[in-house]
Design a binder for this molecule. Structure first.
Ligand code: DAT
Ligand code: MG
Length: 136
């Protein structure tokens, strides 16, 4: 079923010049870009985006990191878009979980600096899209 997912290229990916690489992999997979924007994230958006992690020990550094530089936000659309993007992103830890050939597996070393975000369900995607693209 065609669905939407929210993708972020986090500050490490933007800083390292990997935006084109990430977008290229999304396009080659057959997914479509439905919206694309370069954004500066404030503490409020960061906290809402990562609300499920508010009680985790790494929450503070997560918010600090995502607000530390520009982020590219995209609405990505297609058949099974949520799972499809998580497949090309790879597991959360770039070395312990992400397979070679995935974005995190190819470009990451540390869990905090894992380059991209992808919504974890269709419900999360719609919640996150409302935060990042209120008029979409
Ligand atoms: P994902 O981004 O794969 O959906 P998640 O939702 O569990 O992973 O966590 C959100 C982000 O938080 C993750 O991309 C990187 C960071 N993170 C997760 N686990 C962490 C940990 N143990 N230490 C530091 N940062 C962590
Ligand atoms: Mg997540």
């Amino acid at each position: 079923m065609s669905e939407r997912t929210l993708v972020l290229v986090k500050p490490d990916g933007v800083e390292r010049g990997l935006v084109g690489e990430v977008l290229s992999r999304i396009e080659r997979k057959g997914l479509k870009l439905a919206a694309l924007e370069l954004k500066n994230v404030d503490d409020e958006l960061a906290g809402q985006h990562y609300a499920e992690h508010a009680d985790k020990p790494f929450f503070g550094s997560l918010v600090e990191f995502i607000t530390s530089g520009s982020v590219v936000a995209a609405i990505v659309e297609g058949e099974n878009a949520v799972a499809a993007f998580r497949q090309i992103a790879g597991g959360t830890h770039p070395v312990e979980k992400a397979a070679p050939g995935s974005i995190r597996g190819d470009y990451g070393l540390e869990v905090q600096y894992n380059l991209v975000h992808g919504s974890d369900s269709a419900e999360s995607a719609e919640r996150e899209i409302k935060l990042w693209f209120p008029d979409r």
